[in-house]
Design a protein around this ligand. Structure first.
Ligand SMILES: [Zn+2]
Ligand SMILES: [Zn+2]
Length: 268
C-alpha cells in the first residue's frame, strides 16, 4: 500500500515538473535519472539486507520494555502522536546538520548534493551508507522518545509526500509559496540548500516543517547571489563526468584507487 502511495506521489511530481518546470532542465536528463534510480534500487537492496527489522518492531520493543520518555509519561495517544511527529522532524533537522558538519557523514551525504540539477530524481540520489546511518539514527530516536506507532505512521506519510515535493522542479505562484513556507518546506526553500555556494548549502536543512531553520538561524529566503546566478551541485564538481554513478558510489568508500582520487571530495 505504501509503495503504491510512494509511486503515485513521485510520478505526480514528475509529471507536474515536466509540464510546468521552474527552470529549464539541464541536458543529459536521462543519464541523471538512470543514475539516481540505480542509487535508489541499491539503497533499497542494502537497507533490506542490512536492516531486517521495521520501525514498528522497534516501537513494539520499546513499549514492551517501557523504554523512552513517552513510554514513561503515558500521555494521551493523540497528544503523544502529534508531539512525536514534531520531535521526529526535529531529529531529521539535527541529523541533516550533522551530515554537513561531521566530515565522515558529509563524505556520504555530499553524493545527494552532487546532482547538477534538482528535480524529483534528486530525491532518489542518496548513498546507501547514508541511508543506513539515517535508519540507525531514526531507530535511536524511536528508542530515546518511546514514540507511539501513530507517530511513525504519520511521519512516514508526511515524508512520502514532502520528499519528492521539495525536490520537484515545480513552479508555484509567489503568493502561495509565501504562505506555504510558514508551515511546509517548499521546493524553493530546498533549492537554496542544493546551491553550489557553500553558504547556501548550509541553509534550509529542515525536512518537513520549516520552523527549525527560522528558530536556529539557518533559514535563507533566496540564494546568496540571487536566483538568476543559482547553480546546483558541488562547486568543485560542475562537470557531468565528475559525478558519474561509479564515482559517486565508490569514491566515498575510498575503494577506487584506479580512479583519479580527489581529496576535495571529502571536504566541504
Ligand atoms: Zn544536505
Ligand atoms: Zn535534497
Amino acid at each position: 500500500m505504501s509503495a503504491v502511495l510512494v509511486l503515485m506521489v513521485f510520478f505526480t511530481v514528475a509529471i507536474w515538473e515536466t509540464f510546468a518546470p521552474n527552470h529549464p532542465p539541464r541536458p543529459g536528463q536521462h543519464r541523471r535519472w538512470i543514475r539516481s534510480a540505480s542509487f535508489h534500487v541499491i539503497g533499497l537492496l542494502v537497507s533490506g539486507l542490512c536492516v531486517p527489522i521495521a520501525a514498528s518492531t522497534v516501537v513494539d520493543w520499546a513499549q514492551l520494555h517501557r523504554i523512552g520518555l513517552f513510554n514513561q509519561l503515558q500521555l494521551p495517544t493523540v497528544l503523544a502522536a502529534l508531539l512525536g511527529v514534531v520531535l521526529l522532524d526535529f531529529g531529521d533537522y539535527v541529523t541533516h546538520r550533522a551530515m554537513h558538519a561531521v566530515p565522515v557523514l558529509w563524505r556520504f551525504h555530499r553524493v545527494h548534493h552532487s546532482d547538477l540539477d534538482v528535480d524529483c530524481a534528486t530525491d532518489l540520489l542518496h548513498h546507501p551508507v547514508e541511508i543506513l546511518i539515517g535508519i540507525a539514527l531514526y531507530f535511536a530516536q524511536l528508542l530515546l522518545w518511546g514514540l507511539p506507532y501513530e507517530s511513525v505512521l504519520v511521519f512516514a506519510l508526511l515524508g512520502i509526500l514532502s520528499s519528492p515535493w521539495q525536490h520537484g522542479n515545480l513552479k508555484l505562484p509567489v503568493g502561495i509559496q509565501r504562505y506555504l513556507r510558514w508551515v511546509l518546506v517548499t521546493p524553493e526553500m530546498h533549492r537554496v540548500h542544493h546551491s553550489s555556494a557553500a553558504i547556501d548549502g548550509n541553509r534550509n536543512f529542515s525536512a518537513i516543517f520549516p520552523w527549525w531553520d527560522s528558530w536556529f538561524g539557518t533559514y535563507a529566503k533566496a540564494p546568496i547571489d540571487g536566483w538568476s546566478a543559482l547553480r546546483f551541485g558541488l562547486a568543485e564538481r560542475q562537470n557531468a563526468g565528475d559525478v558519474t554513478f561509479f564515482k559517486l558510489l565508490f569514491e566515498p568508500l575510498g575503494v577506487m584507487p584506479w580512479l583519479r582520487f580527489d581529496r576535495r571530495f571529502f571536504r566541504r
